[in-house]
Structure formats: C-alpha cells, structure tokens
Design a protein around this ligand. Sequence first.
Ligand code: KQY
Length: 365
Amino acid sequence: MKKLNTTSKQDGFRMPGEFEKHAGTYIIWPERPDNWRLGGKPAQEVFVKVAQTIGKYEPVTMCVSKEQYSNAREMLPDYVRVVEMSNNDSWIRDCGATFVVNDNKEVRGIDWTFNSWGGLVDGLYFPWDQDDKVAMKMCELERVDRYRLDDFILEGGSIHVDGEGTVMTTEECLLSAGRNSSMTKEEIEKVLCDYLNCEKVLWIPRGIYNDETNGHVDNMCSFVKPGEVVLAWTDDENDPQYERSLEAYNYLTSVTDAKGRKLKIHKILTPSPILITKEESLGVDAVDGTLPRQEGDRMAASYVNYYVGNGFVALPVFNDPHDKLAIEKLEELYPDRVIEPIYAREILLGGGNIHCITQQLPAGK
Ligand code: KQY
C-alpha cells in the first residue's frame, strides 16, 4: 500500500468522530510482565471481555505477538479475528493508525511517529520500534494508503475530534518535552489541522492527575457529539484533580468550536482515588527503565476513558459508588446505545483504560 506525501486536508479526508459509524475495532493483546501483573494473565481476561463485548456490535481484530498467538486464539471467541503482529505493548489507540475518510467513504490511515509517550525524555519503555510499525501494519491489513509523519510524534489518545473541524487536546501532553519540543504551538496546530482536516484546536491545560501519558485528553474530556463534551470532574477541593478539572471547565466555557458553537459540558465524577495494592505491586516485574508500580500509588482512574462504537458504549467501572452515576449519565447522553460497563481495574493497573486499548476503523465503502 502507498505511503502518501500529501495531507488529509489536501486530499479531502477527515478524521470522523468516534460516535460515527465504525467498520470495526482493533485491539492489541497484553503480555509484557513489566507493565501487566502476573505476566498479563488477569489483564488478558479483561481484554477478552472487552473483545467479546465490542464483538457483539462490530467486527473486532485482535493483534497478538507470535509468542501469545495460540493462547489468545484459544481464549477469544471465534467471531474475533486474531492476527499475528509484533508489538511492544497493548495500547493501539496510541501507536496504531488514526483512520480518516472522504465523502466517497474511502479510508486512509495516518501513521504518526510513536515514541512510547516521551521517548528518552520521559517515555514509558524502550524500545518502541515494534509499536511504531503497528499503524503501517493496520493500513496493510485494511488495504488503505497512509500518511506517514516521520517528524511528528503523536499518540491517538492525545486527541479527540468532533468530526466537524474541531480537535481537542491538552497542553500538558502535546507541548511536553519528550514529543515535538522543537515545534511551536502554532506549528503543532498546523500539523493537527492538516492531517485531521480540522480548523480549530482546543487546548485543555492538563489531563488526569498522575496520568503517565502526560495527561492524554481521552482520560479527561471527550466529544459526545459536535458541540457537547463530557469532562472528568471531582467536587473534592482537596483532591489534586480538582484544580485540573476546574481549569479545564473554565477553559471549555470560554471557547467556541470550529463552527462557532459554545460547548455544552457534562461533568462526570471520577471514582474515589484508586490505589495500587501490595499484591498488585508485587505482581509486576521491576525492570530498569519502566515505571515502577508501587503499593499505594494512585492510578489515573476516570470514566471518560470509555469507547463508543456501533450501538454501544464500553464503559470502564471500578466497583466504586460513582460507577452508578457514570452509567446513568451515559445512558442519558447516549440514549440510542447500550451502555456496557466492564470492570476494568486490571487495565487501569497497566496505565490506561478501555479507550486506550481500542482503535476504531471508520465505516468505508
Ligand atoms: O493511553 C494510555 N493511557 C496508555 C498508557 C500506557 C501505559 C504504559 N504503561
């Protein structure tokens, strides 16, 4: 498949909103023992649950290393397509292709450079060479051409679009030292707009407290539809999350989107602080150069890390009293979709949640 030298905007392709129709979902199977406790076994059970749930609504492709292929094939239902794909870890939202579509429903991929959330400055593991090839391989599997950006580092979880010209991100992440530090904010905006085919970038200052991605927007704020967002929120002024959510709220109330609309903001309370237990900490291999998982560390838990697909919303829940409120809020916001709560502590322990482990393929021809 071709590597293109033009931009999506020049060619009339745009990134659709996640809430638009999908042709399917991609996931990568978890296994690395310095990120997933007990060699990834508990996480694998949850990834199976996520694939089973999404697979009821749209085709799911699970990408698996050669070492884990037979195990994954055995654990997953027949209706999940399992393909062998080398990887460094299982965050396909971040290392995978961002797909764009045109008015003829043709699909192309954007293959950003991936550097493990900050490269040698503050990245989360080394090497990341196999992850950086995932986007190209997805494009090959889908037989779509791709835009490869050798000089621009971006993870899919650091952007959300409304499909109508607005992209939302965080300053904490996109202006971080380990990504595109030689570029100005305006230069970064231009790349986002050229490749996602947007006219306006919304810059939320920071993401969720203790998020090891440098504050990905997908854990903090998401488009429900054009003109409407959900925002992770806490009423506890003593929680370090409070200041972050408040500054995001103040920012979002002060801006308009690409179409000139004021945003309607729906607050979703975060779960009470969720801490790593001793048992969980001991289950992770301590390897130099990867983030330690210490007993008592607070994880970056948020309900905003949900995934929207054809007729459903896959929502991470944590056995927390706030779960019920989040479910009710999403039922209200997505009346035509089934809310599918999935107990997702094991994904959280790996550093992300359901949105981070999924990547949507938009509906094409
Ligand atoms: O997008 C994400 N939240 C992924 C986090 C990766 C964590 C790797 N340990």
